[in-house]
Design a protein around this ligand. Structure first.
Ligand SMILES: [Zn+2]
Length: 88
């Protein structure tokens, strides 16, 4: 899943339940049979805008912040570089 955004509510620590209000414009390939039965074979996001993310528990989006998955992995950037750390 590319660009998967997660959210966190700083007020209650919620990581899993949100109401997301979003606007999405998509281009889809509608494939009909001659009998009129529809299969959507491809769907591509042309525009996607998240308007509001509301914590289910707090009923407000005031404390909800986006969390990118990269943040957890890139802990090296903030690691303090202690120069005098040689063991010998
Ligand atoms: Zn909350």
């Amino acid at each position: 899943m590319p660009n998967q955004v997660r959210y966190r509510c700083n007020a209650c620590g919620n990581l899993t339940r949100f109401d997301v209000i979003e606007e999405r414009k998509t281009r889809s390939f509608y494939h009909y049979t001659l009998g009129g039965e529809l299969t959507i074979e491809q769907s591509e996001d042309l525009e996607h805008r998240v308007e509001q993310v509301i914590c289910r528990w707090c009923q407000t989006g005031k404390s909800v912040i986006p969390v990118t998955p990269d943040e957890d992995l890139q802990g090296t950037e903030t690691r303090p570089t202690t120069a005098g750390d040689d063991a010998t």
